[in-house]
Design a protein around this ligand. Structure first.
Ligand code: ADP
Length: 656
């Protein structure tokens, strides 16, 4: 059944080579009970680990069931290990925080062996632990833990049982029990090979192999008339039932993997919580930042359209040049006359609207409000997209007669009237009584001021009855088409300069013509820059979140190296380990992602509700966030998982 020839194992420790096995040859028949004894360091464990397919020899031949297994690939070894070998360790190697029942059932996860449903329970009963099925390792004595480990070794009904100092950590009472179980197993036809120091165990074996310095010193059979154990000992190789990666995707096993992943996550709540937090913050900030950017863009666009199109705005020059101009005696203030002349004298111009503005105190009933008043021409409504939502705009007649009529912005309505309709009411602006004839449409808060905190009245009324000005502050000019803007700008400049007979040195600076179309494009450029900026901040926070996850995954894998070793020792393949860690990472990032989306959404809502910022969560952002959290989970989970899955079982088990 087992046949090894000239087996050597060399451990490389930095510069030094340790020869643990120096050419060992051995044959073991089915049904034997073999004890391997010898001083510490003589290579017993190394030999047993190679026999158990947990490690590979450096050279030599190893035939198991007639197959040369030293040439097997890792996946084939895992299959063979799961089906034909039950390994019992000195340190028991049970999964902590997992019940006895689950520990015993663990190998079933990785084998195609179809055990009867209650096999784990029956085996626990056979080792005398029926009343401890739901106990966890830390609730069991050493002897009980080792009996759980024996039940686990038997779950796949393997023909060979290997035990490495199984009683090394136990009291003599437990030692007897374990020995009794092993003898019974041998009586049932299993081949038992046990590494031990205990002379007593050696006495029970039918064959004792003594080792020293990596070689076999003696090999004695105490019952020379060796007879196979009563029950038919098996010598045939278990059928190869190789499971490809695809078959490990079947629903039942996937469900098992998910259960394992959840259990592992729950077993380490703090760590799982921290990696979850990383994803959560990353995704939430992505959603919130993109929503802010989106909202800012939308509000800037709304403001741009409220500015009107093809508009030029004519204002007096800067203060400095104004000062100079005043000294030279030239008048650089704009008047209603200028507006009329521009409309009449420049053919490209379709409409003009003069305006003045100032701060005023408004009262209605007991309410008092300080706001901006803007005197405009009747054309303002159409040029600036300010058609009243209730009531009407004033007309040319009212403007001429300096009528005391007013249109209120939404903010003013809110502050003076609350929910009531202001139409027809009389308000006092700087103690002058005005009748409200309309309410202006909502324009939203701009970045610099609340555009709805305004009262619009006829420009002549504003100049003569309210602000005491005989000039206007600016003239808005609408040009017929975008192409005509440049020509119109020049013509207006000429006209104004000519009317005032300004000296050439002052012509440039006396007036400013602002092209609102240019302002618009500058604003949309700004909003684009802002979106990009916000998105990059979000991207950075995501990256940091991702690195956090990778860090935690790496720590988790390192911390659980022994667990991985054990899983591989009981038959898990690379793909199984990979699947488990990927599912864990996936679950963390999925939950983190979903919570992040919720938090991001809430934060966005809070920002627009309490800070008054416009913010919109777009479906794109949500999709991006979902995609991101999935990608982070897979990418950052894959690397540590791959690292873990590539370890040799015994390397992983030795890991401290
Ligand atoms: P035993 O089980 O008889 O005590 P081992 O098989 O554990 O002996 O060890 C045999 C020799 O190999 C010892 O000299 C030991 O120091 C060395 N050895 C065992 N495992 C390793 C390892 N992972 N790396 C380096 N040397 C090792």
């Amino acid at each position: 059944m087992i046949e090894i020839r000239e087996l050597r194992k060399i451990y490389q420790m930095g510069e030094v080579q340790v020869q643990a096995l120096r050419g060992v040859s051995l044959k073991i028949e089915p049904g034997e009970f073999v004890a391997i004894m010898g001083p510490s360091g003589s290579g017993k464990s190394t030999l047993l680990q190679i026999l158990g397919l947990l490690d590979v020899p450096s050279s030599g031949s190893f035939r198991l069931f007639g197959q040369e297994v030293s040439k097997f690939r890792e996946e084939e070894l895992a299959d063979l290990r799961a089906q034909s070998i039950g390994f019992i360790f000195q340190q028991f190697n049970l999964l902590a925080r997992t019940t006895a029942y689950e520990n015993v059932s663990l190998p079933l996860l990785y084998s195609s062996h179809h055990a009867e449903p209650e096999r784990a329970k029956r085996l626990l009963g056979e080792v005398g632990l029926l009343d401890r099925i739901l106990h966890k390792p830390n609730e069991l004595s050493g002897g009980q833990q080792q009996r759980v480990a024996i039940a686990r070794a038997l779950i796949n009904d393997p023909p060979i049982i290997l035990a490495d100092e199984p009683t090394g950590n136990l009291d003599s009472e437990s030692e007897k029990e374990i020995l009794k179980i092993l003898k019974e197993l041998n009586a049932q036809g299993k081949t038992v090979i046990i590494v031990t120091h205990e002379k007593e165990i050696g006495d029970h074996a039918r064959r004792v192999i003594r080792m020293r310095d990596g070689t076999i010193q003696s090999d004695e059979r105490f019952k020379p008339e060796y007879s196979p154990a009563p029950a038919a000992a098996r010598n045939e190789a278990p059928q190869k039932k190789s499971k490809g990666f695809l078959s490990s995707l079947n629903p039942l096993e996937t469900a098992q993997h998910f259960r394992q992943a959840f259990r592992a996550l729950l077993a380490n709540k703090v760590r799982s919580g921290l990696s979850l937090l990383g994803i959560l913050i990353g995704v939430a900030s992505l959603i919130a930042m993109l929503a802010l950017g989106e909202g800012a863009k939308a509000s800037i666009e709304a403001q741009l359209s409220s500015l009107g199109t093809n508009l030029l705005s004519l204002r007096p020059g800067s203060r400095r040049s104004q000062g100079v101009a005043l000294e030279s005696g030239a008048v650089t203030r704009l008047t209603m006359e200028d507006a009329k002349e521009i409309l009449a004298g420049v053919p490209e111009v379709s409409r003009v609207s003069s305006s003045v503005d100032g701060r005023v105190q408004v009262t209605f009933g007991g309410q008092n409000w300080n706001t901006r008043v803007e005197g405009t021409s009747p054309t303002y409504a159409e040029m600036r997209a300010a058609q009243p939502v209730i009531g009407r705009f004033f007309n040319e007649e009212e403007n001429k007669q300096r009528a005391r009529v007013a249109l209120l912005g939404q903010t003013v309505v809110q502050n003076l009237f609350g929910g009531a309709s202001p139409l027809g009411e009389y308000i006092k602006i700087n103690r002058v009584s005005f009748q409200v004839i309309g309410v202006l449409p909502e324009k939203g808060a701009s970045t610099w001021r609340d555009q709805d905190d305004v009262i619009v009245i006829p420009v002549t009324t504003a100049m003569h009855r309210l602000l005491g000005k005989d000039y206007v502050d600016s003239i808005d000019i609408e040009v017929r088409s975008p192409d005509a803007m440049e020509g119109a700008e020049k013509a207006i400049q000429n006209l104004v300069v000519k009317r005032r007979r300004l000296p050439p040195s002052l012509q440039e600076e006396a007036f400013q013509i602002r092209n609102l179309a240019e302002l618009q494009s500058a604003l949309s450029e700004t909003s684009r820059t802002m979106s990009v900026l916000l998105a990059s901040i979000a991207a950075i926070s995501l990256l940091v979140g991702g690195i956090g996850i990778m860090n935690i995954m790496l720590v988790s894998v390192t911390e659980r190296t022994r667990e991985i070793g054990l899983r591989k020792a009981v038959g898990a393949k690379r793909s199984d380990i990979l699947a488990q860690f990927l599912i864990e990472a996936g679950v963390v990032s999925l939950i983190g992602g979903l919570l992040g989306i919720t938090l991001g959404w809430t934060a966005t809502w809070a920002m627009s509700r309490f800070a008054g910022w416009t913010a919109e969560v777009s479906p794109d952002a949500v999709l991006l966030a979902i995609g991101f959290s999935a990608a982070v989970g897979i990418l950052f989970g894959l690397w540590p998982a791959r690292k873990a899955s590539r370890l040799h079982p015994i390397e992983a088990l030795r890991y401290e």
